[in-house]
Unconditional design. Structure first.
Length: 446
């Protein structure tokens, strides 16, 4: 008996026995409940990351698999607001329960009556660490890396939560929809000015000059009208509808263009567009060949059409040339797919292009342009902001038109017009138009 009493006394003083005895049933139950809640919140956090990390490839696999589990996943994803509300409600309620239980456990195990601040710090640090690491970070990392596998494992669990939280999630969705109507969300659309400013602040090392030019073209792309980039009717190469076939072949060959407008009597009456490739199989035909049967119908666009819309129509209709008409239906000019693309990537020259026709560069500060040069091209070549011309140009789209708008008349030869830091010297002009202009860029003296 003495031996058994000695063993009993030694067991009572064993550290594990002391801990077990010090734990009341309430505290032990709280600890077990905390562990279960941490496990549940980790599953909910994993579900949140997994369901909202599904890629288009994953979604396609879910749609084509024919699996009933995958169909349930698609049903949950189809209502993202309810899914998110369910998961957030679950996470927040469980976290609150963990915090309450942790407070009871800490107060039951330790006496912080002498140092409340120390007790508060220990509780906050311990609980925060547990919730973040076990309930947030670890499950979310795994679920983000394996979203498809995680959703398939957790789909039934999430369905159960959705049924459990249905009344609360319904109220939450309803209240947020009311707030959405009352408080209009601030638009996140970035303005052209903001994009331009961001482009100016961009590092030259990170964005080479060629990239800058392309980005500037993209920024201005949506605000550019067809009239600003079209080839005016004075420069359009077009052929009469009644022309002999052999003469037509020679003219198209000499022109170097793959597509040319065909008109009846005058350019304002465009009958269609002739493709040079359509003539290849008929080059041995005589003048009696009726080439009008291979003319393609014309595509007309107004002068004020935005070129981003025009590009989409070119893609949709699978054509490369459009006839630009004014408000009276008369032909203003033509615009091609190449003209549109050049607004982004810059000049595209082929074997038929003559670089000296539009402009020539004398040195870094002096250029000679033809009067018909478009202001978009002038600003791009001079590497200046095209906004400088906007207020002064009025309805003009060419360099000659800008100078006439500034002066209110047609200047004479050798006359010099100053505009901001640019000097326009009229090198060639008559009483009808400005033919050639020299532009000198004045550098700011510091």
């Amino acid at each position: 008996m003495d031996y058994l009493n000695t063993i009993n006394i030694s067991l009572q003083h064993h550290p594990l026995s002391i801990i077990v005895n010090s734990l009341s049933m309430g505290i032990l139950f709280s600890i077990i409940t905390m562990v279960i809640l941490l496990a549940i919140v980790s599953l909910v956090s994993a579900a949140e990351s997994a369901f909202f990390s599904l890629t288009p490839t994953d979604m396609e696999e879910l749609k084509t698999s024919g699996n009933k589990t995958d169909e349930k996943i698609l049903k949950l994803v189809a209502a993202p607001k309810r899914l998110l509300a369910t998961l957030l409600i679950s996470i927040n309620f469980i976290n609150i329960a963990i915090v309450v239980l942790s407070t009871l456990v800490m107060e039951g195990l330790f006496d912080f009556s002498q140092n409340h601040l120390l007790g508060f710090i220990i509780q906050v640090v311990a609980v925060t660490f547990l919730i973040l690491m076990v309930g947030e970070v670890i499950p979310k990392i795994y679920a983000t890396q394996n979203p498809l596998r995680s959703t398939r494992v957790l789909v039934f669990f999430v369905q159960f939560l959705q049924r459990l939280c249905y009344p609360v999630s319904t109220f939450l969705i309803f209240s947020t929809s009311i707030l959405d109507r009352v408080i209009k969300p601030k638009s996140h659309n970035i303005s052209v000015d903001e994009l331009s400013h961001a482009l100016e602040l961009a590092s030259d090392k990170d964005n080479p000059e060629e990239d800058h030019k392309i980005l500037r073209g993209i920024v201005k792309f949506g605000s550019t009208d067809v009239k600003q980039i079209m080839k005016s009717r004075m420069d359009v190469v077009a052929f009469e509808y009644e022309r002999d076939f052999k003469k037509l072949l020679d003219d198209i060959t000499n022109s170097g263009f793959s597509r040319v407008p065909i008109y009846k009597e005058k350019l304002d009456n465009i009958a269609g567009v002739l493709y040079a490739k359509d003539l290849l199989q008929y080059i041995d035909e005589g003048d009696d060949f009726d080439w009008h049967t291979i003319i393609r119908p014309p595509f007309f666009v107004p002068e004020n059409k935005k070129i981003d819309d025009l590009l989409r129509e070119f893609q949709h209709k699978k054509i490369h040339l459009a006839v630009v008409v004014d408000e009276y239906g008369g032909t203003s000019g033509i615009v091609t797919l190449e003209d549109v693309i050049e607004e982004i990537v810059g000049e595209i020259n082929d074997e038929f292009d003559d670089d000296d026709i539009v402009y020539s560069k004398l040195d870094d500060n002096n250029y000679v342009f033809e009067g018909k040069a478009h202001l978009n091209d002038v600003s791009r070549i001079l590497e200046i902001d095209g906004e400088a011309f906007e207020e002064a140009k009025g309805e003009a789209d060419t360099l000659a038109g800008l100078i006439i708008e500034i002066e209110g008349r047609i200047p004479t030869k050798n006359e010099i017009i100053k505009f901001n830091n640019l000097l326009f010297t009229i090198e060639s002009a008559d009483n009808r138009k400005i033919k050639r202009v020299k532009i000198t860029i004045e550098k700011d003296e510091k």
